[in-house]
Design a protein. Structure first.
Length: 72
């Protein structure tokens, strides 16, 4: 598995920023993004990694924090 952790400049992060409805749909979950597609998601990080690894070894894994968990 190759998981890129740099956020903000990747194609995947730009795509996610342009689609806030996705953030709302998967809030509180880990999501694995490959280019402009969610390839795995869920509340268990290890399960999401395992699912994503079956599809590709080059994806972005992120967690979409619920608003109440965000620190401002």
């Amino acid at each position: 598995m190759t998981t890129r952790t740099t956020i903000g400049e990747s194609t995947e992060e730009k795509w996610l920023a342009e689609h806030p409805e996705i953030c709302e749909e998967y809030i509180g979950e880990f999501i694995a993004i490959l280019t402009e597609e969610i390839i795995a998601h869920g509340k268990n990080e290890q399960e999401v990694l395992e699912q994503a690894d079956k599809v590709s070894d080059d994806y972005v894994l992120t967690y979409l924090y619920p608003r109440e968990e965000m620190i401002i």
